[in-house]
Design a protein around this ligand. Sequence first.
Ligand code: PLP
Length: 366
Amino acid sequence: MNPYLNEEYGNPSSLYSLGQNARRALDQARNKCATVLGSRASEIVFTSGGTESDNSAIMGVAFAQKTTGMHIVTTAIEHHAVLHTAQLLESLGYEITYVEPDKKGLISAKSIVDVIREDTILVSVMLANNEIGTVQPIKQISDMLRQKAMEINHPIYFHTDAVQAPGALSISVDDLGVDLLSLSAHKFHGPKGVGLLYLRRGTPFVPTQAGGAQERERRAGTENVAGIVAMSVALEEAESSRLENSSKCIALRNKLFASLSERIDGVHINGDLHQRLPNNVNVSFEGIESEPLLMALDLNGIYASSGSACSAGSLEPSHVLRAMKFPDVRSRASLRLSLSSKTTEDELEQVINVLAEQVSRIRELM
Ligand code: PLP
């Protein structure tokens, strides 16, 4: 990022050479991201992160396709960036169907296509859930949607929030069969406040951010050049080390699950054990509330979250665990730990020891 914050600080829309250097950096970053996604560079729209990508994907297609239909299908376990956008569209007269997951947090392709109607214009299903890590069958949904679109005689555009996927799952847009895909750099060791939206050529789209002609008139506003350059490098690295890092994380994650079940009574794993992100651990401990546990972990240098980090601070039980029909006591007792390829066996051991100690201490207190 440094050169683009200090020496090469030009505005990529300017014609002078400093600006053109920034333009070239932007072009290179776009090519790098497109290579990882298996897309054309022109199909990449740089944004301020996952929230903006989700908002503009859903509203962009909804507004553009309004005369074809006003029905949208999504799931009850999406990130709030999707759910709150869906609610906003409801207030504008759109109808939204929220498909429920099963008890393991999985969404079946059949449950999606079963609710498609003549006026369905868009489907949005996340690739991997940020709280419980479950991975949804995006390719299968895409294949079934294509058939359904032929029956209703107009396209059904397909968006996936893939914010949690880089470095863990393939994000090849053709393999996934999606028209729109959202990413956020800080989820793959890039900086915060930058992301991208993949927008397949030919997808009808009304920009939700009005102003200049940047990003081929799909997202107005001067681009965050340093952030975008950093994101493209981080994305390349996440992809090139994906298989190696995933297998390392899976081994650590399985060890963590096994040790927790061995050392602590009344531990429940939330979300499917196998169809799951390699780095996601989400468990509930019977007889405790997660808040005091989070504080105790923090004092021991362990940074965890209950429910989703984005809704931390609110005591509402996680909407994801609720949608899985867990009683509120189990949702309130949930703890999410995220691993990375940099997590060591020693750190894991430390976490297990602290958890065993603190869970029994809190149980006694409660
Ligand atoms: N979608 C998912 C699945 C996420 O996990 C997040 C952030 O946690 C977002 C969207 C929002 O991304 P951002 O914080 O970059 O706006």
